[in-house]
Write a protein that binds this ligand. Structure first.
Ligand code: AMP
Length: 282
């Protein structure tokens, strides 16, 4: 497995593979890999000839008061994990290599990025779309693998790929969880013991909401109130950033659950901001 820091070198290696008629799967990450990332690598490994894993803490997707500086990093460990999962190449560029001094081009899907995570993280998805498009262009990947944990992100990236006629198949793999239901996240390391004990309530509340929806509750507000009530009983240190029922493809907020519906949320627990979501109806 090669570790590459130069975008030009990445482009050259991927070009050689394409010329040899080998398909490429790309798994973009910010590193500090866990079993969630590994599941994406496994999917990529099984569905393409070559597997490229990028490890880049993308400054453009962090707001000024967010955790860019503190974000956990361990490239040696990430490279070992990627290699153990059969990656052919880890791309780990410096920020300057990805954003030239005069960088001035941004990619946005504004309607889909306005709500949910976009409300408290303005500019976040613009940063995500821009870096992912750059990675698509450098690798010309046939397949790109993302996680359903970041549901809004994969929905936006699918839209971007369709709208811009990008020759890449975007796939989103199911969320990998701890035994108690907490979605794996690199940011879980920020949790104190007390916060970690409360964190499974995030998922438990979503499961309860799905049960209520399956039992016939169609009022999104009532489902959300149920989630908020569950959290206040079981997660006293949690602060809800948002809990929203939205259409799973367009991310438009829904008042009624009478077709495909996703309940997505972000919760601040101590220093961590944790995401989760559940499909109420497919
Ligand atoms: P990140 O390094 O947090 O930017 O995540 C890189 C990719 O891994 C994204 O596509 C995430 O959606 C995905 N991912 C993160 N956590 C999980 C998880 N627990 N299960 C599945 N995929 C995940």
């Amino acid at each position: 497995m090669q570790i590459v820091t130069s975008p030009q070198k990445l482009r050259e290696l991927c070009s050689q593979w394409h010329h040899g008629h080998q398909s490429i799967a790309l798994v973009p990450t910010m590193g500090y890999c866990h079993a969630g990332h590994e599941a994406l690598m496994e999917y990529g490994r099984a569905n393409a000839d070559k597997l490229v894993v990028s490890v880049f803490v993308n400054p453009a997707q962090f707001g000024p008061n967010e955790d860019l500086a503190q974000y956990p990093r361990d490239l040696d460990r990430d490279a070992a994990i990627a290699e153990s999962r059969g990656a052919d190449l880890v791309f780990a560029p410096e920020a300057q290599a990805m954003y030239a001094d005069r960088h001035a081009t941004w990619v946005e899907v504004p309607t889909m990025a306005a709500g949910l995570c976009g409300t408290s993280r303005p500019g976040h998805f613009r940063g995500v779309c821009t870096i992912v498009l750059k990675l698509f262009n450098l690798t010309r990947a046939d397949l790109a693998v993302f996680g359903q944990k970041d549901w809004q992100q994969q929905a936006i990236l699918r839209r971007m790929a369709a709208d811009l006629d990008l020759p890449v198949k975007v796939v989103a793999c199911p969320t990998v969880r701890e035994a108690d239901g907490l979605a794996l996240s690199s940011r879980n390391v920020y949790l104190s013991d007390t916060e970690r004990k409360q964190a499974p309530a995030i998922r438990a509340a979503l499961l309860e909401a799905r049960e209520r929806a399956q039992a016939g509750e169609t009022d999104a507000r009532r489902l959300i109130d149920g989630v908020l009530g569950f959290w206040s009983r079981h997660m006293p240190d949690g602060i809800c950033d948002y809990a929203t029922v939205a259409h799973p493809e367009t991310m438009e907020p829904l008042e009624r659950v009478d077709g495909p519906a996703l309940l997505a949320c972000a919760v601040k627990l101590g220093k961590a901001r944790l995401l989760d979501n559940i499909l109420l109806r497919d």
